[in-house]
Write a protein that binds this ligand. Structure first.
Ligand code: C5P
Length: 222
């Protein structure tokens, strides 16, 4: 087995943007690259954890040693997360989950000749809310870390999500800056904790951000 402070302990990481089908060929998705989530999986492996990476398809190669579960939709991700956290020490919910999906999914490709379709949307399940409920029942996972990507009033919104989703920590990500957030290799985040502590980190690589987050997780679990 692996060695390190989380040796043999299961950590579940989600990554990538979900894909919500419109019809047989078209999807609604977002600009998430999966980079921060994959870096978290690697950083968790580096401290000895048994890592399960629940991911949508991305351009990235999964870190060697992680067990990879591929999903497409928010509903698929919900099912995989609720199953995998039952014996996990921690969930790191880095995926960019769609908030809305088409209410009706057409089995065939919608034809241009049939005119421009109207898309009616409905809410997707909130995975972290479902996790909070299952955790209240089963006691697992022991720690839950969420992410908040905001372009305005970042810390206020992050604080609100931390409480509403009953998280131990939230990683607040300012997506209005061009050197942080989606697609780029660097990130500037602030960590907010359930006990009220706040730690602002400077602009760093997504790998360094991942190491800082995992360091905090290790402190919470040991
Ligand atoms: O409310 P918002 O989507 O910004 O919250 C972000 C956090 O919630 C992220 O950790 C994201 O993975 C998670 N989330 C979720 N289920 C959703 C939407 C977001 O678990 N349907």
């Amino acid at each position: 087995g692996r060695s390190g402070p989380l040796a043999g302990r299961k950590v579940v990481v989600t990554a990538g943007g979900t894909q919500e089908p419109i019809d047989a060929v078209r999807v609604i998705t977002n600009r998430s690259s999966g980079k921060q989530g994959y870096a978290l999986a690697q950083a968790a492996l580096d401290v000895g954890a048994e890592v399960v990476l629940i991911t949508t398809s991305t351009a990235l190669t999964p870190p060697y040693g992680a067990r990879v579960i591929m999903v497409r939709t928010a509903a698929d991700m919900l099912e995989a997360v609720l199953r995998e956290i039952q014996d996990a020490e921690a969930l790191l919910m880095a995926a960019a989950v769609a908030d809305f999906r088409p209410r009706v999914v057409h089995g065939q490709k919608i034809k241009k000749e049939d005119g421009i379709p109207a898309l009616e949307l409905e809410a997707t399940p909130d995975i972290l809310m479902a996790v909070a409920e299952q955790r209240a029942q089963l006691g697992y996972p022991r720690r839950v870390i969420g992410f908040a990507a905001e372009s305005d009033d970042l810390l206020i919104h992050a604080q609100e999500k931390l409480q509403r989703k009953r998280l131990d920590m939230i990683v607040a990500n300012d997506i209005s800056a061009t050197d942080a957030g989606f697609e780029v290799d660097t990130n500037r985040v602030t960590l907010l904790f359930a006990d009220g502590r706040i730690q602002a980190l400077p602009l760093m690589s997504k790998e360094a951000v991942a190491e800082a987050i995992i360091q905090q997780l290790v402190a919470m679990l040991t």
